[in-house]
Design a binder for this molecule. Structure first.
Ligand code: ADP
Length: 428
C-alpha cells in the first residue's frame, strides 16, 4: 500500500475521531449534562486519551439521562431555599389598588353566545383567588380577556394597574399566564424552554441564567432541567408551565385550570407552589376542583352561564351559606337501609334536600331547631340502626353545587361579600 492510499484511509478516520472527541467534550461540559460518577474531569480524560474508543464509551456509558425521575414527579424543592429566592424578587407594592378590577366586562360570540355578561369583579392585591364555575361558565373567556388574548365586546377592566385591551406591552410585562392545555416541544429541555421565554421577555446573559435558575428552583425542576420535556410527567409539565409564566416576575399570575388534569401527587405539588407565591404575586386561578380551592385560595368567585353568582372570602361564604347538614350512616349488613332512611327523610317540610351515597344519607335542612328533634324518631320508625349520626358543616363544594343549581340562565343580581377596608372599586 502506498503512502497516498494510507493517507486516504487514515485522514477520514482521524477527522472522525477528532470530530467525535470534540463533540463528546462539548456535550460533556454543557451546563445541564449529568454524568455517571459525577466527575466531568474523569470523563474528559477518558474521552481524550482512551485511544479511539473514549468518545464512544462516554456516549454509551457516561451520559446519565436517568436522573430527575423519568416516570414520577421530581419532589418539590425545600421551602427555605425558595423562600430565600422569593425574598429577593420584587414584593407586591404596598397599595390598596386592586390587582384586577372589571366593570361590566362582557364577551359575546357569533350565534348569540354570551360567554361573559357584565362582570364586575375586584381582586385584592396579594390574594390567591379561585375563579370557579362549571364547564362553559365563562372562566376561560374571562382569563383571555384579562390577559389581553381576546377583546371584550363591552365593559372595561384593569390588571396590575394596566388597562386591558391596550396595544402596548405593558400588560404582558406585568402578568404571567398558564393556558388550560399548555403544549411544549417534547424535544426541548426544560431549561431551554425557560431560556427561550426569558429571552422573549428581554432577559439575556447572566440575568437570564440567574432568573431561569431561580424559576427552576421555585417550581422544583432544577434536577430535571437538563431532561427533554417529552419525558416529563404531567405534574412536571404543569410546573414547567408555571415556571414559564413566572419568568418575568409577574405581579399577577393567571392560571387556567392548573390542576384539573393532574394526579393527586401532581396536584399537591402545583398547589404547594401556588401557595408559596403568596406575597410575591396575586394569583388568579380558574378551576372546578373545589377541595383544592379550599386548600390554597383566600377568596373565590363563582361564575355560571357567564354571570357572577357570588364573590368573597371563602370563610365568609361558608358562614353566609352555612346550611346545616345531618349525616346518617347505617350499620352495615342491613339490606335496603340507605333507601329506607332516604325515603323516611325525603318529603319532610324541613328537609331542603336528601342525598345518599352507598353508605351514608345526608339531609340538608333549613332550620336545625326544627330538624334536629325530628330526625331520630323518623330513623327509629324506619327500623334502621345507625353507626353514626352527626351534624356537619357544609363544604365549599356543597355551597358551590347549591348556588350553581339555584342560578339558572335568568340571573339574580350578584351577591358580593365586602372586603374589609376596600370599597366597591377596590380602594381603601
Ligand atoms: P369555561 O372556561 O368556564 O369552561 P368558556 O369561557 O370556555 O367556559 O366558554 C364559555 C361559553 O362561551 C361556552 O358556552 C363556550 O361554548 C362559548 N365559547 C367559548 N369560546 C368560544 C368561541 N371562540 N366561539 C364561540 N363560542 C365560544
Amino acid at each position: 500500500m502506498d503512502a497516498a492510499t494510507i493517507a486516504l484511509v487514515l485522514i477520514p478516520l482521524a477527522i472522525l475521531q477528532f470530530g467525535l472527541m470534540f463533540y463528546a467534550l462539548y456535550d460533556l461540559f454543557a451546563e445541564d449534562r449529568r454524568v455517571r460518577g459525577d466527575s466531568k474531569i474523569m470523563w474528559a480524560l477518558i474521552i481524550a486519551f482512551a485511544s479511539g474508543i473514549g468518545p464512544l464509551v462516554y456516549f454509551f456509558v457516561g451520559r446519565d439521562d436517568s436522573r430527575g425521575a423519568v416516570t414520577g414527579n421530581v419532589p418539590a424543592a425545600p421551602t427555605d431555599s425558595i423562600a430565600r429566592i422569593l425574598a429577593t424578587w420584587p414584593a407586591l407594592p404596598e397599595t390598596a389598588d386592586a390587582a384586577i378590577s372589571t366593570t361590566g366586562l362582557s364577551k359575546r360570540y357569533g350565534g348569540g353566545v354570551v360567554a361573559l355578561d357584565r362582570l364586575n369583579l375586584t381582586v385584592p392585591s396579594g390574594s390567591i383567588f379561585g375563579f370557579l364555575g362549571p364547564n362553559g361558565a365563562g372562566k376561560t373567556t374571562t382569563l383571555r380577556l384579562l390577559t389581553g388574548l381576546a377583546s371584550a365586546t363591552d365593559g372595561t377592566g384593569s390588571v396590575a394597574g394596566v388597562k386591558i385591551g391596550g396595544t402596548g406591552g405593558d400588560l404582558a410585562r406585568n402578568i404571567g399566564y398558564l393556558d388550560q392545555d399548555p403544549r411544549f416541544y417534547g424535544w426541548m429541555r426544560g431549561r431551554e424552554l425557560l431560556n427561550m421565554v426569558g429571552q422573549l421577555h428581554g432577559l439575556h446573559g447572566a440575568a437570564l441564567k440567574q432568573r431561569v435558575g431561580e424559576v427552576l428552583e421555585i417550581v422544583g425542576l432544577t434536577d430535571a432541567a437538563h431532561r427533554r420535556i417529552g419525558g416529563y410527567s404531567g405534574g412536571m409539565r404543569q410546573r414547567l408551565g408555571i415556571g414559564q409564566a413566572l419568568i418575568n416576575q409577574p405581579r399577577v399570575l393567571f392560571l387556567d385550570e392548573p390542576v384539573s388534569s393532574l394526579d393527586p401527587e401532581g396536584r399537591r405539588d402545583v398547589l404547594e407552589i401556588i401557595s408559596r407565591l403568596r406575597g410575591t404575586a396575586t394569583v388568579f386561578m380558574s378551576t372546578h376542583i373545589l377541595n383544592d380551592v379550599e386548600r390554597v385560595c383566600d377568596r373565590v368567585a363563582i361564575l355560571n352561564f357567564g354571570h357572577l353568582v357570588v364573590e368573597g372570602p371563602i370563610a365568609e361564604l361558608l358562614d353566609r351559606y352555612a346550611q346545616p347538614i345531618y349525616e346518617l350512616q347505617p350499620e352495615p349488613q342491613q339490606p335496603g337501609s340507605i333507601d329506607r332512611l332516604a325515603a323516611a327523610l325525603r318529603g319532610q317540610a324541613w328537609a331542603h334536600e336528601v342525598k345518599s351515597t352507598p353508605d351514608t344519607v345526608r339531609v340538608f335542612v333549613d332550620d336545625p331547631t326544627v330538624a334536629g328533634p325530628a330526625i331520630m324518631p323518623l330513623v327509629v320508625a324506619s327500623g334502621v340502626s345507625l353507626v353514626r349520626y352527626e351534624r356537619v358543616r357544609p363544604s365549599l363544594e356543597d355551597i358551590f353545587l347549591r348556588l350553581v343549581a339555584e342560578s339558572g340562565p335568568p340571573i339574580a343580581p350578584p351577591v358580593t361579600v365586602p372586603v374589609w377596608g376596600l370599597d366597591a372599586s377596590g380602594r381603601r
